[in-house]
Structures are given as C-alpha cells and as structure tokens.
Design a binder for this molecule. Structure first.
Ligand SMILES: [Zn+2]
Ligand SMILES: [Zn+2]
Length: 259
C-alpha cells in the first residue's frame, strides 16, 4: 500500500473506533454521551460567551458586551455596524456566527477540515442553528448553499466541510439546500497561505452561478466553517448579487477575531 492509502486506512480505523466508543465532549473529553458537555456549552457558547457583533461582518464591536449599553456610535435599536463596514460596506448583508475562531474551538474546526471528523459538522450545525434562533430579527434565507471547494481540493479531502455543515443546518432550519448553487471555476491557493495584499486577487473571479434563475430576487444564505478576512465570502456575495440575488446572509460557524 502506498503512504496515502495507509493514511486513509488509519483514518478509517480511527473513525470506526470513535463510533464504537460512547460519545465524549469534543472540547474537554468528559464522558456523558454528549458531543459538547453542559459546562463547555455554557463556557464557549452560552451567555458568558456572547458578544455584541457587527451585524454585517460579525466582528466583535469594541467596548460592547452583551446586555450592556450599545458601543459608541451604535444607536440602540439600529443594527450595530463596525467602522470598517460603515466605510466600505461588503457585498453581503448579514453575517451570523456561533463563536470566535480561537482556542480551543479552532482545534475542532481543524479536526473537521483536515481530520475527517465529520460528526463535528452536525454539532457545528446545531450551534449555528442556536445562534440563528437567538439573533433577534434574523430573517431566514430562502435557500442555503455552501462555499464550494475547487474540484482538486474536493478530490484531495473527499468532502466539503461547509456542505457537511450546511446539510443538517438546512434541515433543522427548514430551508432548501442547493449544494451546487455556486461553483468554483478557478482553483485558488488557500487564502491563509497568501499574503494579505494578494488575497483579493487570489479569489477574484473564482465563483460562477450555473443557474441564475435560482438566485434572482432571492435571499441566499451562504454556509462556511470559518470566516477570516471575509474576502472569499465577499467575492461569493458579489457574484450572487451580480446574478440578481436580493440579499446575502453568511452563516459561518466560527469568526476569526481581528488582531
Ligand atoms: Zn466539555
Ligand atoms: Zn462589520
């Protein structure tokens, strides 16, 4: 067997083993039959973890905490927006996230993306659904699509982690899922390995909409595992809008905090 096959076989064996063991908390390992124990759920996804975020890009608003006065510049009752979104509004209208992309959550995201731990996708979908239901005034999209992977990366990984999250999320929200609404027409280098000033160029023109009739006049929800700079989601939203989408809302499991 070549190295790659051995790797696949090992992964398969590990997955079978995990499925035979009683579920333990993905974050702290506590056994109890839950993928996320009550303590970790409260600590990382409960009220204490709640921050006031920009309605548009989901970055935390500085100086704002849940249940406390709105931050300077944000009017009570008006959608709070960060300074960057006020000056350069992105192509998407709303971004909703379940959590920050930070320790220890980042490890879970990496396990889904690179470790074939697909069971995590349903946990992420559940936490994202909870975030949707908690967000006052959130308008449900008419349809959902995942951020697509290019054919080469899809073949390497064997699955699209965003689609794995989108599938149970669509089901639990009662929204139609269109896995191939958007296609990637150009392989791009992973944004994380590109210098910040080259990221826009790296992603420009990467997406296409094979059937514009599905998009025209509709509110489209885009599902992704992580949002970092937001350039990929911005390019995708701009492509959707060029094809007539009325509104684009991002549903991302984790948001990288600004540094
Ligand atoms: Zn735990
Ligand atoms: Zn913003």
């Amino acid at each position: 067997m070549n190295g790659k096959l051995v790797q696949y076989a090992r992964r398969g064996a590990a997955a079978v083993l995990r499925s035979l063991l009683p579920a333990s908390c993905a974050l702290c390992g506590a056994s109890g039959g839950e993928m996320l124990c009550a303590g970790c759920a409260a600590q990382f996804f409960g009220g204490d973890a709640a921050v006031v975020r920009c309605r548009r890009c989901a970055n935390p608003l500085p100086g704002a905490a849940a249940g406390i006065d709105p931050p300077p510049g944000a009017d009570a009752g008006v959608d709070p927006l960060c300074g960057a979104c006020r000056v350069h509004p992105p192509a998407f209208d709303v971004t909703l996230t379940a959590t920050d992309y930070a320790i220890p959550i980042d490890q879970l995201v990496l396990q889904l993306k690179f470790g074939h731990r697909l069971a995590l996708a349903s946990l992420f979908a559940r936490l994202l659904r909870d975030a949707v239901l908690k967000q006052p005034g959130f308008v449900l999209p008419a349809l959902l699509c995942p951020v697509p992977l290019g054919p080469r990366r899809l073949a390497e990984r064997g699955y699209n982690q965003s689609l794995e999250i989108a599938r149970p999320l669509a089901r639990s929200l009662g929204v139609a899922l269109h896995p191939r609404l958007v296609s990637r027409v150009r392989e791009t280098v992973a944004q994380s390995s590109v210098a910040p000033e080259q990221r826009q160029q790296n992603i420009a023109g990467a997406f296409a909409i094979p059937d514009a009739a599905l998009v025209r006049g509709r509110h489209v929800g885009v599902v992704d595992d992580v949002m970092t700079s937001g350039r990929t989601l911005n390019e995708l939203a701009a492509t959707l809008k060029r094809h007539g989408a009325a509104r684009v809302s991002n549903l991302v499991f984790a948001r990288t905090p600004p540094h």
